[in-house]
Write a protein that binds this ligand. Structure first.
Ligand SMILES: Cc1cc2nc3c(=O)[nH]c(=O)nc-3n(C[C@H](O)[C@H](O)[C@H](O)COP(=O)(O)O)c2cc1C
Length: 167
């Protein structure tokens, strides 16, 4: 990624739209943390601590803007944690698509340290919160085409319920 990044205002507009995903009981069980400049170095230090490395991780420096995706679990008798994670994931996926449409490069990244206590502390997470990873956001380098994926084998993924066998 290049050093170009959306401004706070540009990002905020897209977050307002992405936040409109389906949300059971409207619990809004998510928040995002915008990380730029030295914030990324603090994350690099926290990752190193979590992994027992002496040198800070340089991974967070690979993009000018990181957006940490946080699930904030709400108390609910109706909406279990997995549904709340689905909402937070939905926001992250939608935000990725909106950023892509606006011309930015985006990669959702995680690592073995994503749920480490030291990493949570660096983000100021509360007890009811957990990280779902980071969106790495930046400019698309010129001349590099998007990676190719195999087309979806729709018949393999769009099927019917098992039917009862007729005697
Ligand atoms: C929860 C989650 C975690 C991911 N973690 C990583 C990661 O750590 N490293 C990575 O290269 N891609 C990771 N990916 C995949 C990338 O975000 C992305 O899908 C991939 O680079 C291919 O790009 P494309 O989706 O535009 O084809 C992750 C995706 C998700 C949904």
């Amino acid at each position: 990624m290049t050093a170009d990044a959306p401004t706070h205002e540009e990002l905020a507009e897209l977050v307002a739209a992405a936040g409109r995903v389906a949300d059971h009981s409207s619990l809004r069980p998510w928040r995002l943390i915008e990380m730029r400049g030295a914030d990324r170095e603090r994350l690099g230090k926290a990752i190193a601590k979590a992994q027992g490395d002496r040198r800070p991780s340089t991974k967070p420096l690979r993009a000018p803007l990181l957006v940490a995706v946080v699930v904030s679990y709400r108390k609910s008798g109706k909406v279990p944690h997995w549904e709340q994670e689905a909402v937070a994931s939905g926001v992250a996926h939608t935000l990725s698509l909106l950023l892509d449409e606006a011309g930015w490069g985006v990669i959702w990244r995680t690592g073995g340290y994503t749920r480490a206590k030291k990493v949570a502390k660096a983000h100021g997470l509360q007890k009811n919160e957990a990280l779902l990873g980071w969106l790495y956001v930046g400019g698309k380098p010129a001349g590099k085409s998007a990676g190719r994926r195999k087309p979806i084998d729709v018949d393999a993924v769009l099927t019917r319920m098992p039917q009862k066998k007729r005697r």
